[in-house]
Design a protein around this ligand. Sequence first.
Ligand code: CU
Length: 160
Amino acid sequence: MKKTIPLFVLFLSIACFALAQSSSMPAGAADHIALNSTDLKWQQSEFPGVMVAVADGDPSKEGAAFSIYLKFPANFKFPAHYHPTDESLVVVKGALGVGVGDKMDPKSGMMLTAGAFGKMNKEVHHYAWTGKMGATIALYGTGPFATTFVNPADDPRKKP
Ligand SMILES: [Cu+2]
């Protein structure tokens, strides 16, 4: 008589193997991050009036994932700009207006409220603004997170 392994034994061994895998400490467990909003270390960003808190990674590092928070004041305008990498964001608090194009035009943009998601593909010209609530967003992507303004004169980093 031919000996075969019953199917359920095979499934059982696969299940046990999977269980053993998940119960061992995976690499990177020591670097696990769990942050409450009160744990964030806010600092002035390179853009006057915009605060930044790095939650994970280093946004300036090429090819590395990063997660940051940005806090925009009320009635703020972030002129048309672009990034060398994709930018994804979730609005945490307040509301952030976003639009695509070479010039700020809130009428053709969209207001994203708390809980909303947005993604801007690399090199795509876009702009953002806030209303009276201001906005706090979580922004993540792969570095380097660099910003180039479509009109260099709009660059708030170059203003005195
Ligand atoms: Cu942007």
